[in-house]
Ligand binder design. Structure first.
Ligand code: OFO
Length: 178
């Protein structure tokens, strides 16, 4: 059984993961509208991944006898000048999520809920990967600059990254760790 404090903190993280899914959905739509089909595909796949992050916490909280609460979402107010600008916002958001996972881990540890701390290890490792992937994408996009040919090739690369992400999501779904 989780304590009320842990229950509240996990519910806050559920909301953040749901927000992440919505944020990337809006970004995917922008990329699709602005002629970046590969980047859009990657962002749509990222939306699916964030929904899985949310669902894992929903199942976990139910398994531990907690009460899952779905609170209302804040409206999105997003503006992107370029694809680099968009991915800079992705990185900023992932850094925020990493900090919030660390904060949640800290709360669970202080509450002596070591089962939850242990469960959150998966998210801590996942955030290392999430930040690394986005930093690599940003590095490549910055090298490409505004060159149309380079952006075209980079967009093809995004499609490959999206396919790899979907394959790993499918593998995780058919062989779940938790
Ligand atoms: Fe992007 O890791 Fe969840 O939010």
């Amino acid at each position: 059984m989780v304590t009320k404090k842990v229950e509240k903190a996990i519910n806050e993280q559920i909301k953040r993961e749901e927000h992440s899914a919505r944020l990337y959905l809006a970004m995917a739509s922008w990329a699709e509208h602005n002629g970046f089909p590969g980047a859009s595909d990657w962002l749509y796949a990222q939306t699916e991944e964030e929904r899985i992050h949310m669902l894992k916490l929903v199942h976990y909280l139910n398994d531990r006898g907690g009460n899952v609460v779905f609170s209302s979402m804040d409206p999105l107010d997003l503006k992107f000048k370029t694809l680099v600008d968009l991915f800079q916002q992705v990185l900023k958001h992932e850094e925020f999520i990493s900090a919030s996972i660390n904060e949640l881990y800290d709360i669970c540890t202080k509450e002596k809920d070591f089962s939850s701390s242990n469960y959150l290890q998966w998210y801590i490792t996942e955030q290392i990967e999430e930040e690394k992937t986005v930093r690599n994408i940003l590095d490549q996009l910055k090298l490409t600059g505004t060159d149309k040919g380079g952006l075209f090739l980079m967009d093809k690369e995004f499609a490959v990254l999206a396919a790899a992400k979907r394959a790993s999501l499918l593998a995780a779904a058919t062989n779940p760790v938790v």
